[in-house]
Design a protein around this ligand. Structure first.
Ligand SMILES: Cc1cc2nc3c(=O)[nH]c(=O)nc-3n(C[C@H](O)[C@H](O)[C@H](O)COP(=O)(O)OP(=O)(O)OC[C@H]3O[C@@H](n4cnc5c(N)ncnc54)[C@H](O)[C@@H]3O)c2cc1C
Ligand code: SF4
Ligand code: SF4
Length: 352
């Protein structure tokens, strides 16, 4: 929000616009590229400054006084902002935009209509059904769990629509239809695949911007011009092909280790099985974090197991291309959520 406010202020005639934040620059909620774009439009971002007073003269705002702070962390890593011991700083200004985020407020919902509220005065909403405690009232988007983003708002809308559909059809809204799942090989020839698997070490390509002088003069001028073909192809090559899975068939594997040698991420290991901690420590690239899944396959002729660290796999497909027996296959995984409508009744769909 702060990044939208400051850049809009520049376009509305603000010549000297500053963003002043309590936290450090790195911890700001804005994305790195949003901060970059604000700095590019000559908007400095001053950090570790806590507002303590507005100053005024003759009934007019003259500035804001800030206390300088620094971050201190306790043993649990919890941050506190404590006075830095430097003198307060007053920044003169004639306007202030308070961009501190938003919260929901529902004073207009009668408290006797069957919708229960929690201790924060927010409605109690079931995250699965989006239903409130009044069975006929559903919430979604920012109103459900506080400000999020458009993707969440759309997803909540679908979930609430499904609940309403089921409610009107006399069905149990807590029973959700399964999504449709498909997984299909991307192999097109002996060593040919239906997707491009270049391994790119490129950083994100910047979207070209309109000339700053022009962009700042006209609030309607679109700033981001979009990629041209060359940049678009470069950016697309950074795709990690997350929708393409490595699928292993142990009976086909002759344990030649060719996939282990070619994997750019060292994420395949053939080894003796063992307790999880021990196994994780023995991987080619040790993987101590239990919350990151391992793909373990047995059934190999030597009695070993194939272990693959899903977290570091680039889905590049080199293992499948190199494998002489086709034991690795690259398969595209599609998940199609069931939305309200004709395909909705839960019994007519099933997971593949
Ligand atoms: C400055 C800013 C920048 C953002 N940038 C992004 C971004 O880049 N990407 C992103 O994904 N999200 C962004 N968001 C968040 C995103 O806008 C919201 O998450 C999203 O709009 C929520 O959708 P919604 O339908 O739940 O609510 P809203 O879009 O807020 O719609 C609610 C509607 O209800 C109306 N309304 C309110 N009260 C009543 C009432 N009593 N009676 C009738 N109507 C009422 C309001 O007028 C409004 O039209 C941004 C938000 C802000 C504030
Ligand atoms: S897809 Fe690429 S990164 Fe993943 S296991 Fe195969 S070779 Fe390694
Ligand atoms: S390249 Fe194929 S056959 Fe060789 S070890 Fe890997 S999966 Fe097994």
């Amino acid at each position: 929000t702060a990044m939208d406010c400051c850049r809009t202020a520049r376009r509305l005639g603000g010549e000297d616009v500053k963003v002043i934040v309590r936290s450090g620059f790195e911890e700001m909620k804005a994305s790195p590229w949003e901060k970059e774009d604000a700095l590019h439009e000559d908007i400095p971002i001053l950090n570790f400054m806590v507002p303590i007073a507005f100053t005024h003269a003759d009934g007019k705002l003259t500035g804001v006084t800030f206390q300088k702070v620094k971050a201190e962390y306790d043993a649990n890593g919890k941050r506190s902002l404590v006075p830095a011991g430097e003198p307060d700083q007053t920044i003169p200004c004639d306007d202030v935009l308070v961009a501190v985020g938003q919260e929901n407020a529902f004073p207009w919902i009668e408290r006797d209509c069957g919708i229960e509220f929690d201790k924060w005065n927010m409605p109690k909403v079931d995250p699965k059904t989006m239903g409130s405690t009044n069975p006929k009232v559903f919430f979604g988007g920012d109103a459900a769990f506080g400000p999020k983003n458009i993707i969440w708002a759309v997803a909540h809308g679908h979930d609430a629509a499904l609940s309403i559909h089921k409610l009107l059809s006399g069905e149990d809204i807590t029973e959700r239809p399964l999504p449709e799942v498909q997984i299909s090989s991307q192999k097109m020839g002996i060593h040919e695949w239906s997707y491009d698997n270049d391994i790119s070490a490129d950083m994100r390509f910047k979207v070209p911007h309109r000339d700053k002088v022009v962009a700042l003069k006209d609030i309607r001028a679109e700033v981001e011009l979009g990629y041209d073909l060359k940049l678009a192809l470069g950016e697309a090559q950074r795709c990690l092909n997350c929708d393409v899975q490595t699928v292993f068939a142990a009976p086909l594997c002759i344990e030649c280790d060719a996939c282990v040698d070619i994997c750019p991420m060292d994420c395949i290991t053939f080894t003796q099985n063992g307790e999880e901690d021990d196994l994780r420590a023995r991987l080619k690239a040790p993987s101590p974090r239990h919350d990151q899944a391992l793909y373990v396959a047995d059934g190999l002729k030597t009695g070993r197991v194939m272990v693959k660290d899903e977290d570091v796999c680039l889905h590049c497909g080199l293992c499948a291309e190199r494998c002489p027996t086709g034991a690795w296959d690259m398969q595209k995984y599609l998940i199609d959520m069931t939305h309200a409508g004709s395909s909705c009744p839960s019994k007519s769909r099933s997971a593949a």
